[in-house]
Design a protein around this ligand. Structure first.
Ligand code: 13P
Length: 288
């Protein structure tokens, strides 16, 4: 099976009140780990990469690896470009074979966000590629995008409706109180706001900042319309901690397989836990 656009799987998830897990990967082993977890869970999957990872590994390597994963697993898998602020890089990824992209123009005023998103919609829709956009500002740190807590801005439900109407965007990430990175205290998710947005917007909604949210809160957000759950930081921490542990026991270790295998296992375990919260177990077979 080739990589597929995430549009259909996300719509199906929204219609059936579960979510597609979307995991940020940075190495081949991380990619393999989330695919192995999806195979075990029979879950649809979105593999996503930041602009930094695209620059680090190259879009063609990433498309090739994700394509092999889709082909060998037979699972519905999409490859998504996360938080893209660079139009040229976004087009490059579509050319290379990404099946889903996020244009993040949330730092701009509403009209400019609409304009930039509509421009991406024009080319992506023609290529059969899913498009995600953000409204409001999700706080925290996502690579080069840093939003201080005082600047984080929750999305206005009526603006969400207008935004989808004016752009035709397939998937919307409204800021509803989550933040990228690890929370200092309890996250303050505005569930009533998710409910109001979901009532006005039919498009699948995306929960950013999936790391460190208590499980029950993820489930509640999903039940209210969040059809994609993004997880990045926790996966990186698990991966790195497993490697540190190996070197802690043997600082001289020089066989990458000796530290990559446990790191991969750690990511797989966490991915399975997140899939459980998404309610995506077994949904791969319903999508065919
Ligand atoms: P976390 O790093 O908090 O998991 O956020 C991931 C994310 O939303 C990527 O877009």
């Amino acid at each position: 099976m080739p990589l597929i656009s995430s549009t259909t799987m996300l719509r199906q998830a929204r219609a059936n009140a579960y979510a597609i897990p979307a995991f940020n990967v940075h190495t081949l082993e991380m990619l393999q780990a989330v695919v192995e977890a999806a195979s075990e869970a029979r879950s649809p999957l979105i593999i996503q990469t930041t602009m930094g990872t695209v620059k680090h590994l190259g879009p063609k390597y990433l498309v090739s690896a994700a394509s092999v994963a889709a082909d060998q697993s037979g699972l519905p898998i999409a490859l998504h470009l996360d938080h893209c602020t660079d139009f040229a890089l976004l087009v490059q990824c579509i050319y290379a074979g990404y099946t889903s992209v996020m244009i993040d123009a949330s730092m701009h005023p509403f009209a400019e966000n609409v304009r930039r998103t509509a421009k991406v919609m024009e080319i992506a829709a023609a290529a059969g590629v899913n498009v995600e956009a953000e409204l409001g500002k999700v706080g925290g740190v996502e690579e080069d995008i840093v939003v201080e807590e005082r600047d984080a801005l929750l999305a206005d439900p009526e603006e969400c409706r207008l935004f989808v109407e004016q752009t035709g965007v397939y998937t919307l990430a409204p800021a509803i109180g989550t933040a990228h990175g690890i929370y200092k205290g309890e996250p303050k998710i505005d569930f009533a706001r998710i409910e109001r947005i979901a009532a006005l917007v039919e498009a699948p909604l995306v929960l950013h900042g999936g790391s460190g949210i208590p499980g029950e809160q993820v489930k509640r957000a999903v039940s209210l319309g969040m059809a994609k759950v993004n997880v990045a930081t926790e996966l990186r921490i698990e991966f790195s901690n497993a490697i540190k542990q190996v070197f802690g026991g043997n600082a001289e270790e020089n066989d990458p397989r000796k530290y990559m295998v446990p790191a991969k296992e750690a990511v797989k375990r966490l991915a399975l836990e997140k899939m459980e919260l998404c309610g995506s177990f077994g949904k791969a077979d319903e999508l065919k």
